[in-house]
Design a protein around this ligand. Structure first.
Ligand code: GDP
Ligand code: MG
Length: 771
């Protein structure tokens, strides 16, 4: 029975471990509460979500058990240890890593007690891998309410592992589970050996004997486990063996083929099907034996089912979904308008204060135009963003977001994507306010490489949190009467373009089969206030932090780019001379007007004198206008002469068909560094060029008053920002995940090209509507 050769674990803690901590892994099916438990143990704020596929990478965190330090590893959810999906491979590689030192001493397998059978399927496989396991039978509160009773004593005895009831949300039972895991980690533990029947077992025995003899992967996996994987056609393990010993690999494959041929001819089945059947058989025999009782069990999902009859109904479902998204934008604008006004007023006041306090010159310009104009502009959208995130967090935690994904799955399939593309799209901002980076990471759950690539390339088109303030600013300036409607339309437009583009990509660059999809819907749960506030704050804080760091730095750089070099004496002289000349003409007129007014007071009915006064006033107004025009021309010449201005003007002809002027072009270029920078750069560029102190000081108001801007230009800019090149960090993540620099350049060039076309089409439509 003992096959443990070289597999570590199963001994007292080393001095090193006592001092530096013991590694314990947290495994389980998706959505069973692992991350909730992890956060409770470690005090971390990892993302918890009431839908599968939230944790894609492993996360590590420290906790204590008595005076022993423990390093907990939170794993993505998995149903098995086959290498079919990225998550399952992550789980497997963490549990049995290449470097034995990193192998966890024990595994806490978190199980949703209401779906015990399925949870045990993974537990069996971890035990086969030779890891000591403690079962944390989680969601006991829900199971109890549903009338499900689990005899944990019996389960522990039959299954040969300790089972502990837990409620991760309240922290109940977690300490005990950790203490048991630590205890288990120090005791010898043999891999579980299941019987796989008269056909498979003899083959397994022969194969594992060969594996042990040739010492194939024995440092990493129990020999019997390796043999099972070969029977299951696990290419990853096979490749590892082929590298170590090609002859043995051929031998093992021949044995597998012989068994497969035998099973196919006698029972019309395959080795992996037989293996799965026996595992099920084992679990059922454990559960039937009085472990699981559902005597007076109410249907646990009765409420969820009833709600889903309406919310995912073929007709009502999509209508309700659209209404929910519209409602979210509507609430954001209605409620958010007040606090946003306060924040804007605050920055306006701060700008004026600084203008008064600081002496006129470079420092004043840096603080007022660069920092307050740039960062302040980004920060003034914090209230709106927080409200939006609050609603998104509620949708997510309640389980409704998963329904959205479920309904959208039908749409995705029609465009060559996959059901599991939906979550990445939503995480990237499909509903509003996400981020493409975790979105790209979330595509790791996808099994088909082609579908995954198409998803990764198109999800940057969603309205991520950084693009939102640009849209909010433009809608406030040009579509104030229907902000929610326009935001809604932009969101839908992002989806439409993303779907069409992926259809195109799947017919050309990523042509290939589509794979089937089964999605599991979590039950509806009333979110805890704490979790909603935490989520809202996490997202909001990320935004604020970015404004205070990256965006601040970009603002200062852009301010410098739009300030230096200053005009030379020779360049500015003509303007200044002209201004001086105009002033010289205005001064005597002023005197004349004052004199005439005085005289008129004595003789109010003098018609000639009244006419003279009117003439003089008119003359003065004309001269003042000339002066103001010259001042504007000087300001504009000054900015045009700067490095930023020169770059902007260089690319201006390219964007002129879309109606963007060079200031917008500079903003778009800086937006590749981070999308928030579009807003901050426009803030800086438009405030530097501003000479009239009576002008409005919010960027929206400035644009609305600018003759170069119109509804059509605003629409084109929104479409362009929505679609063009992903930001720098997303591009780097894309390069890593898609495997190659060419995808970075592809995404940059292709998206910008599509953006140009769509924005141009938008210009045509805009001209038709608004003239
Ligand atoms: P993971 O996918 O396994 O990491 O699961 P999460 O930790 O993200 O949790 C999934 C959902 O289950 C969240 O909505 C949690 O609030 C909820 N949840 C977690 N543990 C419990 C529990 O013990 N009882 C109840 N009722 N809900 C829980
Ligand atoms: Mg998780």
């Amino acid at each position: 029975m003992c096959e443990k050769k070289g597999v570590p674990g199963a001994s007292a803690l080393t001095e090193e471990e006592k001092k530096n901590g013991v590694r314990i892994a947290l495994a389980g099916n998706p959505n069973c509460g692992k991350t909730t438990a992890f956060n409770a143990w470690t005090g971390a704020h990892q993302h918890v979500g009431n839908y599968p596929g939230v944790t894609v990478e492993k996360k590590e965190g420290w906790t204590r058990c008595g005076n022993q330090k423990v390093l907990l590893v939170d794993l993505p959810g998995a149903y098995s240890l086959t290498p079919y999906s990225m998550e399952e491979r992550v789980v497997r590689d963490v549990l049995a890593p290449e470097n034995a030192v990193e192998r966890p001493r024990a595994v806490i397998d978190v199980i949703d007690s209401a779906t015990l059978e399925r949870g045990l399927m993974l537990a069996v496989q971890i035990r086969e891998l030779g890891q000591p396991v403690v079962l944390a039978c989680n969601m006991m509160d829900e199971a109890k309410r549903a009338g499900i009773a689990i005899d944990l004593e019996k389960l522990s005895a039959r299954f040969g592992v300790r089972a502990v009831p837990t409620v991760a949300r309240s922290g109940e039972g977690l300490d005990r589970a950790l203490a048991l895991a630590l205890e288990k980690a120090q005791k010898p533990c043999e891999p579980l050996v299941l019987a796989y029947g008269p056909d498979v077992d003899p083959a397994l025995q022969r194969m594992s004997a060969l594996i042990s003899e040739k010492k194939l992967l024995v440092e990493r996996y129990p020999a019997r486990w390796t043999a099972i994987k070969i029977l299951e056609n696990d290419e990853v393990v096979l490749d590892q063996i082929r590298k170590a010993d090609p002859d043995a690999a051929r031998d093992l494959e021949a044995q597998r083929d012989a068994l497969a041929a035998h099973l196919s001819s006698t029972h019309d089945t395959t080795p992996d099907a037989v293996i799965a059947d026996y595992r099920f058989g084992f679990i059922n025999s454990v559960l039937k034996d009085g472990v699981l009782r559902k005597d007076n069990a109410k249907d646990r999902l009765a409420f969820t089912d009833k709600l889903d009859k309406v919310l995912t109904n073929t007709i009502f479902g999509p209508v309700i979904m659209l209404a929910v998204v519209y409602f979210m934008f509507w609430t954001t604008f209605i409620v958010g308008a007040y606090p946003q006004g306060w924040v804007e007023d605050f920055f306006g006041w701060l700008g004026e204060l600084m203008t008064g306090v600081l002496p006129e010159g470079l420092v004043q310009s840096l603080v007022v135009d660069g920092v307050i104009g740039g960062v302040g502009g980004v920060l003034s959208f914090v209230p709106l963003i927080l409200i939006m995130f609050l609603i998104v967090s509620f949708l997510e935690d309640s389980g409704y977001m998963a329904r959205m994904a479920y309904m959208l799955d039908r749409v995705m399939r029609a465009f060559g994507l996959h059901g599991s593309s939906v979550m990445p799209f939503i995480i990237a901002g499909g509903i509003a306010g996400g981020c493409a980076i975790p979105g790209v990471m979330a595509t790791r759950t996808m099994r088909s490489e082609k579908e995954r690539m198409a998803t990764m390339m198109t999800l940057p088109l969603m309205t991520c949190g950084a693009k939102i303030p640009v849209f909010l600013m433009l809608t406030a300036a040009f579509f104030a009467e229907n902000q929610a409607g326009i935001m809604f339309a932009v969101t839908l437009c992002g989806w439409a373009v993303a779907l069409l583009v992926s259809l195109f990509l799947r017919k050309t660059v990523f042509r290939g089969e589509s794979t089937p999809f089964v999605m599991e819907l979590p039950p509806y749960r009333l979110p805890t206030l704490r979790s909603i506030l935490t989520h809202t704050w996490e997202r909001g804080w990320m935004y604020i932090k970015k404004a205070g760091t990256v965006i601040l730095a970009i603002s200062v750089i852009l301010w410098a780019a739009l300030t230096f070099p200053a005009l030379s004496e020779k360049q500015s002289a003509p303007f200044e001379e002209k201004i001086a000349a105009l002033e010289a003409q205005i001064a005597p007129l002023d005197e004349q007007i004052a004199a005439l007014k005085q005289q008129l007071e004595g003789a109010p009915a003098d018609a000639a004198m009244s006419r003279a006064l009117a003439d003089a006033t008119e003359q003065k107004a004309a001269l003042e206008e000339q002066k103001s025009e010259t001042e504007n021309a000087l300001a504009s010449e000054t900015v045009r002469n700067t490095w930023g201005g020169r770059i902007g003007q260089f690319v201006e002809p390219v964007f002129r068909p879309l109606g963007f002027d060079w200031r917008t072009d500079v903003a778009l270029i800086s937006g590749v560094a981070a999308k928030e920078a579009i807003l901050s750069t426009m803030g800086t560029a438009y405030s530097i060029g501003e000479t009239d102190p009576d002008e409005p000081d919010s960027l929206s108001a400035r644009l609305a008053a600018d003759p170069g801007w119109s509804k059509t230009v605003a629409l084109a800019l929104m479409l362009f920002v929505l679609i063009y090149s992903p930001c720098f960090v997303t591009l780097v993540v894309l390069k890593n995940e898609a495997g190659g620099w060419r995808w970075l350049f592809f995404s940059m060039a292709f998206n910008t090209g599509v953006a140009y076309l769509v924005a141009w089409a938008g210009t045509l439509v805009g001209r038709m509507i608004w003239g």
